[in-house]
Design a protein around this ligand. Structure first.
Ligand SMILES: Nc1ncnc2c1ncn2[C@@H]1O[C@H](COP(=O)(O)OP(=O)(O)O)[C@@H](O)[C@H]1O
Ligand SMILES: [Mg+2]
Length: 430
């Protein structure tokens, strides 16, 4: 009689990948590590939340004379998006409960400028929420602003508009747009359409989110004076704060017996330099995936070490949202850095490499030099590269001029090259 060659069952084989993550059908499972997951508990941001509440209190107290403008600044992964969302949603719920007959309706719009890249699109998006079937085309930004302002009064609304990742708007467009928004309710049209008394009302509130420390200084003086006074800073998280954030995710997504405090602390410690919660959470998730792929049952420091080289310090979706030439410029920098012994490259080097990269990428026509500089500026502004002007000296101290250096901090260049190659292929196919 033939002996069976198989001494395992299907459930054994498939079961190996169920050892780490909790079952999604019953618990939250792996999805708590994705960027679209909204956590129920937010840690260590009480002060920032209180600051938001106190700035925007007028929306609750005097909704028809509320026109607060607040800027929220912090580096990537410091909880700006998650806190502003939580705040907006809380406000919606609170006002829905407390609203009396005749009170203005409250509307909260959270726009991510990385996805909604122009003032025109931002306003059209908002107007389409307010007026069903509002046309996508056919109006100028000024006309859209005017319609939006009139709607606030006509529909008896109070609005909180959150412009998240404002850094993605083109600088000139951004300045003009913010100027218009900060002066929205001062336009003479309101007087014409509603009579002078309505000018005593204001209903438009704005929360601008940036990761550029110098954002305030780019605003012209009059915009800055109405927009730049209320400022909330989100500092990078400390190791202990990251630990708590990690622990609450682990509890929802991982089996209790596969990790311990020590491993979470190892990850928190690694992520502390950036203070970036997104990085920490992704590191935990990758470590768990590596552990799972090896058929092991307990997370170890070795899994974390392996995960570190895989986690890009930049969110992949940020790379995907760059335009083709920005990607090609970034790819050139990464390629140069992966082969050169220095930690930086210079602008002329990048330009030569970029021309080669364009040629290889199905003969894409390279953009002019000034445009390449503009792309480098964009990448710097978005925190993807660091561009600095440095003075050069000979050994005897004599100055030999200045060069502009470009660095990509901490990036495993191989990873970024792969990600970009895929991303460029995808965008050239679509
Ligand atoms: N205080 C916090 N408590 C729980 N999760 C957090 C906290 N801060 C950030 N996160 C999580 O970390 C990730 C990055 O946060 P996010 O708000 O997107 O940062 P930012 O907008 O500042 O780049 C998200 O997955 C978010 O849910
Ligand atoms: Mg964000």
């Amino acid at each position: 009689m033939a002996t069976p060659t198989k001494n395992y069952s299907f459930s054994d084989l498939f079961g190996t990948h169920k050892t780490i993550f909790l079952d999604e059908d019953v618990n939250q499972g792996e999805k708590v590590f994705t960027s679209s997951y909204t956590p129920h508990s937010i840690w260590h941001r009480e002060e920032e939340m209180k600051a938001l509440v106190s700035y925007f209190k007028s929306i609750i107290v005097s909704p028809t004379t509320s026109s607060k403008k607040v800027i929220l600044y912090g580096p990537v992964g410091t909880g700006k998006t998650v806190i502003s969302h939580a705040f907006g949603n809380e406000l919606v719920n609170y006002l829905a409960r407390e609203r009396n007959h005749g009170d203005p309706k409250f509307r909260y719009f959270h726009i991510n400028c990385r996805k909604t890249k122009t003032p025109h699109l931002i306003l059209t998006t908002v107007l389409r929420y307010l007026v069903s079937g509002f046309p996508l085309r056919g109006f100028s930004v000024d006309e859209l602003l005017r319609m939006f302002t009139l709607l606030l009064y006509e529909q008896n609304l109070t609005v909180l508009l959150v412009l998240d990742e404002i850094d993605y708007l083109f600088p000139e467009e951004r300045t003009d747009f913010l100027y218009s928004l900060s002066r929205l309710e001062e336009s003479p049209i309101l007087r014409e359409e509603f009579g002078v008394s309505n000018r005593l009302e204001s209903r438009f509130n704005l929360l601008t989110i940036t990761r550029d420390k110098n954002f305030r200084y780019y605003l012209d003086t009059s915009t800055a004076s109405s927009l730049g006074r209320n400022y909330i800073t989100f500092n990078p998280y400390t190791r202990y704060q990251l630990f708590d954030i990690l622990a609450s995710r682990a509890e929802l997504g991982l089996r209790e017996d596969c990790y311990n405090d020590e491993i979470l602390d190892t990850i928190a410690n690694l992520a502390e330099e950036k203070g970036d919660a997104r990085f920490a959470i992704e590191l935990l998730w990758r470590s768990a995936k590596i552990c799972e792929a090896g058929g092991e049952k307990k997370l170890s420091a070795e899994h974390v070490r392996k995960a570190v080289v895989e986690v890009l310090p930049i969110e992949k979706s940020i790379i995907d949202d760059l335009n083709t030439h920005q990607k090609l410029v970034l790819l050139s920098i990464a390629r140069l850095l992966s082969v050169c012994s220095q930690s930086y490259v210079t602008t002329p080097e990048v330009r030569r490499e970029y021309e080669m990269v364009c040629e290889e990428a199905n003969n894409i026509r390279p953009r002019r030099q000034t445009q390449v500089w503009a792309y480098l500026k964009d990448l710097h502004r978005l925190g993807i590269i660091q561009q600095e002007v440095e003075n050069r000296h000979l050994a005897n101290g004599r100055s030999i001029g200045r060069i502009s250096t470009i660095r990509i901090r901490d990036i495993p260049t191989e990873e970024i090259i792969q990600t970009l190659n895929h991303s460029i292929e995808d965008s050239s196919q679509s």
